[in-house]
Design a protein around this ligand. Structure first.
Ligand code: FNR
Length: 360
C-alpha cells in the first residue's frame, strides 16, 4: 500500500505518532477564572482527535497562576487540574491520537483581558496580578501599563523552574504523552532568550550562555521527571524578526536547538516573533518553514513546522521533502476539526478506514 509522507508514523523514543499532523497549541480563554478545563476543552480537543490529528496539543497551559495570559487560561498548578484533564487525555488516546500539553508561563505578557475583551492590561484591582519578567524596564510597549515585579529574583527563577517540574509531573499523572515547553512568542522563557527584553547583568543575562540558562534549566527539570520513553518538545521563536536591532535570530536558535537536543529534547517546534511590536513578519503560506528547516539542518534534531499550513498537499510536501518531521496546524484546525481525515481523503486511495466506525 502506498503511504504518503504525511501519514507515515513517526517514532520519538518509545512513542509512535500515527501520522505527522498535530493540532498547534491554541488558547481558548474558556476557563472560569480557576485554570480548570471546561466542557469546551473536552469537546474542542476531543473533536480534533476524532478528526484525525496525530497529536492534539493543549493550549498554553500555565505552570503557575501568574503565568496565565488572561484569568481564563488553562492551568496545571494543582492536582485538581491534573484530575480534571485526565478524562480529556483518555478520550484523545481512545481515538488513536496522542495527547500533548504545552507548558507555559506568560511572563511580562500575562495579566490581560481576553482577545474578545480587547486584550488590554488587567490591573490587580480588576482581577489581574503583578507580572514577572527578566527586566521590566526594558520591556517594549506590547502590553501597555501593568504592574511588574521589579525584576525576577533568583528565588522567582528557582520558583519558575520548580513550577515547570511539578507541572510536568502532574501532566504525566493527567495522561499526557508529550510535554512541550513553550519558549516562544515573547512569553517568559523567550523574554530571557532575547536581548530585546533581557538586560540582566547576572548569570541569566548578557551572553548567549546566560540568556539561554533559564530555558536549559527548565528543560532539564522537565526532562528529569518526564519518563525516558516519552518525548519532550520545545517551541521556540526562530527569530524576533527585528534585524535592525540586537535581538534573537535564527543563528542563535540553531545553536540553542543543538544544546536542547543534547539535554534530551526530541523535537523543536519552530514558530517566530512575539517579542516586540516593531517585528516585521513576512506572513503567508509556509512563512516559518525556512526557520524550521534551518534548525533541522543546523542542529540535527527533529522539527515541527507551523504557520500558514492549510493544504494537505502542502503539509505532505513538507515531510516528503525533508523540510520538517511534523506539521502543526493552527487556524485551519479551527475552521475544520476534521482536517486530518479530510487530508487523508485527498491524499490516500482508501482513507475511509481512518474515519471513526460510528461515521463510516
Ligand atoms: C495561537 N497560537 C498559540 N501558540 C502557542 O504556542 N500557544 C498558544 O496557546 C497559542 N494560542 C493561539 C490561539 C489562537 C486562537 C491562534 C489562532 C493561535 C499560535 C498557533 O499555535 C500557531 O503557531 C499559529 O496560529 C500559526 O499557525 P496557523 O494558524 O497559520 O496554522
Amino acid at each position: 500500500v502506498f503511504m504518503t509522507a504525511l501519514f507515515s508514523p513517526l517514532s520519538l523514543r518509545e512513542l509512535e505518532l500515527p501520522n505527522r499532523i498535530a493540532v498547534s497549541p491554541m488558547c481558548q480563554y474558556s476557563c472560569e477564572p480557576d485554570g480548570l478545563p471546561t466542557e469546551w476543552h473536552r469537546v474542542h480537543l476531543g473533536s480534533r482527535a476524532v478528526g484525525g490529528a496525530g497529536i492534539v496539543m493543549t493550549e498554553a497551559t500555565a505552570v503557575e497562576p501568574r503565568g496565565r495570559i488572561t484569568p481564563h487560561d488553562l492551568g496545571i498548578w494543582s492536582d485538581d487540574h491534573a484530575a480534571a484533564l485526565e478524562p480529556i487525555t483518555e478520550f484523545i488516546r481512545q481515538q488513536g491520537s496522542v495527547p500533548g500539553i504545552q507548558l507555559a508561563h506568560a511572563g511580562h505578557k500575562a495579566s490581560k483581558t481576553r482577545p474578545w475583551d480587547g486584550n488590554v492590561p488587567l490591573s490587580p484591582e480588576d482581577g489581574g496580578w503583578e507580572v514577572l519578567s527578566p527586566s521590566p524596564e526594558a520591556y517594549p510597549p506590547f502590553g501597555g501599563d501593568r504592574p511588574a515585579i521589579e525584576k525576577a529574583t533568583t528565588a522567582d527563577i528557582d520558583g519558575v523552574i520548580e513550577a515547570y517540574r511539578t507541572a510536568a509531573e502532574r501532566s504525566l499523572e493527567a495522561g499526557f504523552e508529550i510535554a512541550e515547553v513553550h519558549a516562544a512568542h515573547g512569553y517568559l522563557l523567550h523574554e530571557f532568550l532575547s536581548p530585546v527584553t533581557n538586560r540582566r547583568e547576572d548569570a541569566y543575562g548578557g551572553s548567549f550562555e546566560n540568556r539561554t540558562r533559564l530555558i536549559r534549566e527548565v528543560t532539564d527539570a522537565v526532562r528529569d521527571v518526564w519518563p525516558e520513553d516519552k518525548p519532550v518538545f520545545v517551541r521556540i521563536s526562530g527569530t524576533d524578526w527585528l534585524p535592525e536591532q540586537e535581538s534573537w535570530d535564527i543563528e542563535q536558535s540553531v545553536r540553542l536547538a543543538a544544546e536542547l537536543a543534547a539535554l534530551g529534547v526530541d523535537l523543536i517546534d519552530v514558530s517566530s516573533g512575539g517579542i516586540h511590536p516593531d517585528q516585521d513578519i513576512p506572513a503567508g503560506p509556509n512563512f516559518q518553514v525556512p526557520l524550521a528547516e534551518a534548525v533541522r539542518d543546523g542542529a540535527d534534531v527533529a522539527v515541527g513546522a507551523v504557520g500558514g499550513i492549510t493544504e494537505p498537499e502542502q503539509a505532505d510536501a513538507l515531510v516528503h521533502n525533508g523540510r520538517a518531521d511534523l506539521v502543526l496546524v493552527g487556524r485551519e484546525f479551527l475552521r475544520d476539526p476534521y482536517f486530518g481525515l479530510h487530508a487523508a481523503g485527498r491524499l490516500e486511495e482508501e482513507p475511509s478506514a481512518r474515519w471513526p466506525i460510528q461515521y463510516r
